[in-house]
Write a protein that binds this ligand. Structure first.
Ligand code: G
Ligand code: G
Ligand code: MN
Ligand code: NA
Length: 254
């Protein structure tokens, strides 16, 4: 499989790029951070999306190198934007369950932060529920170390796995990201609205912030605002865009 053979070199040769999707606070429509999403700028095949190479990287032992590249590129970007007078923090990046099983991960993050002169509170890691299967496991220990360092932790794709908010409460998770399937269902079903409202209320009672993903329509945004959702992300506001376009959004707003 050609992509698999080429991936290690692509990471080393800086063929990976980050695109950024703004997170918008509903209270005032301010951009309160961005999510970095990796793409592979392939010399032959053009832009390749993570769906086509993340699982492969995980299966074949390349996810640590890829994850480290993403972490470094994020810290570099925070520092670069700060030099230009733009504070895009926290900047969030996605972390594979395998990265959280690596007990050296917090140390590598700390080294990276120091190298780029970035604070732990300037970054956010997005983890998935599959990271959390054993609450006393290694991944939980890594999460606690990250929290102690001051790194924000968000639970991605909330609602698609099996964890309940009461289980999550025991973990150092400050934000849940409501999966886009819930937001999508708002279009057609009254029950979806009831569910979304209940999740938001419960999360707030547990002192967690709620980000809704996959907002594509004005109606969804209005509903989420009424339901008390804190932050939204989605095509209605902006697709994930290259750094230069992200800068335009930062200057002009969404
Ligand atoms: O735009 P989108 O196609 O970027 O992302 C698809 C999936 O790939 C999402 O589930 C997202 O979490 C994942 N993803 C995007 N960037 C990264 C990354 O840097 N690391 C990991 N582990 N997953 C990522
Ligand atoms: O799993 P994670 O949430 O990290 O991945 C986010 C994925 O959702 C990325 O592939 C991103 O491009 C995609 N995405 C972001 N906004 C929207 C949206 O409004 N609608 C849809 N369908 N996908 C979105
Ligand atoms: Mn994510
Ligand atoms: Na998600």
């Amino acid at each position: 499989y050609r992509l698999l053979r080429q991936l290690p070199q692509a990471i080393a040769d800086e063929q990976l790029v980050l695109h950024f999707q703004p997170k918008v606070r509903l209270e005032d429509c301010a951009i309160v951070g961005m999510e970095a999403l990796v793409r592979w700028q392939h010399p032959e095949y053009g832009l390749i999306y993570p769906g086509d190479f993340i699982a492969m990287a995980e299966e074949h032992g390349h996810i640590q190198a890829l994850g480290d590249w993403v972490m470094q590129a994020c810290c570099r970007q925070i520092a670069a934007w700060r030099m230009q007078g733009m504070d895009v923090v926290p900047l969030a990046f996605n972390v594979s369950p395998l990265q959280l099983k690596d007990c050296a991960f917090p140390t590598r993050i700390a080294t990276c932060l120091q190298h780029y002169g970035v604070r732990a509170s300037d970054i956010e890691v997005e983890v998935t529920e599959s990271c959390l299967v054993e609450p006393d496991g290694l991944s939980a220990r890594v999460l606690y170390q990250l929290q102690n360092m001051g790194v924000h932790i968000a639970l991605d794709d909330f609602g698609t796995g099996f964890s309940s908010l009461s289980q999550i409460r025991a973990l150092p998770i400050g934000t849940i990201k409501l999966d886009k399937s819930f937001v999508n269902a708002l279009r057609s079903s009254h029950e979806a609205g009831v569910l979304v409202t209940s999740i938001i209320t419960l999360a707030h009672n547990l002192k967690m912030q709620v980000v809704a993903e996959g907002v594509e329509l004005m109606d969804q945004l209005v509903y989420l605002k009424t339901a008390g959702c804190d932050v939204v992300q989605g095509y209605f506001l902006s697709r994930p865009v290259p750094a230069q376009q992200a800068e335009v959004l930062l200057r002009q707003g969404v």
